[in-house]
Design a protein around this ligand. Sequence first.
Ligand code: ATP
Ligand code: MG
Length: 235
Amino acid sequence: MNVSFRFPLEDNYFINEAFNTLSINLRFSGPDRKVITMTSCFENEGKSFTVLQLARHLCLDGKRVIVIDADMRKSMIVAKYTELSGIKGLSELLSEMVTLDEALYHVDNIPGMDIIFSGDYPPNPCVLLGNHRFHDLIAQFREQYDYVLIDNAPLVPVVDALLCAKVSDGVVLIVNRGSVRQKVLRSVTGQIEKSGAELIGVILNDNGKKKSPFRRKRKPKNGYYSYGKSAKDSK
Ligand SMILES: Nc1ncnc2c1ncn2[C@@H]1O[C@H](COP(=O)(O)OP(=O)(O)OP(=O)(O)O)[C@@H](O)[C@H]1O
Ligand SMILES: [Mg+2]
């Protein structure tokens, strides 16, 4: 199936320069870095924006790239970047409700770029990402593409990204300027290292949104952070 993507700020010189540099850095990090998990500490730090822009720049350089939207809890990629609705994606693919052909989209306006959207919110994202079907899928894509970029949920509320990291060659952490305290950053990088994954880079982003310089240090009411539909459901 085919999809056309809207890329916000695609003509912005500074953003294009930054992503050119990033794509060169990734290419120079070696041929073994094919499958990359991208995550952040909190939501809205620019993971999806970065994954899609990086994929676009790698493809403009002639690479074959697949983006996997593994944020099955709250992905906004379909709504924000495409005209599609009601599509099936990773959650249905890993639950064997659709075939790979039905879940895989070729991006019309970026030759070389394919994507698997997140699909509907499943009850068990961690189980699906820890399952051998996900591992097999990544192994297959390793053979077919130059790069496999996995977009994720943020790491402070949920550990999904660590499951993706297990099948990846490295993790890239996106940190939005002024959004994350040093202590949280240390704890998240420690979490990544303890999981056995390799943190291969940190991207300092600026999503352009003004907000308080740091998240307030307060305990969530229910004792844990929530993210995605489960967050809404618990209200
Ligand atoms: N470098 C940037 N320049 C301009 N806008 C940006 C930049 N990075 C992110 N944004 C914008 O900030 C918003 C949040 O970005 P994005 O959706 O990529 O965050 P996210 O980390 O994927 O969030 P979530 O955790 O909710 O999935 C979007 O509107 C995006 O277009
Ligand atoms: Mg996102």
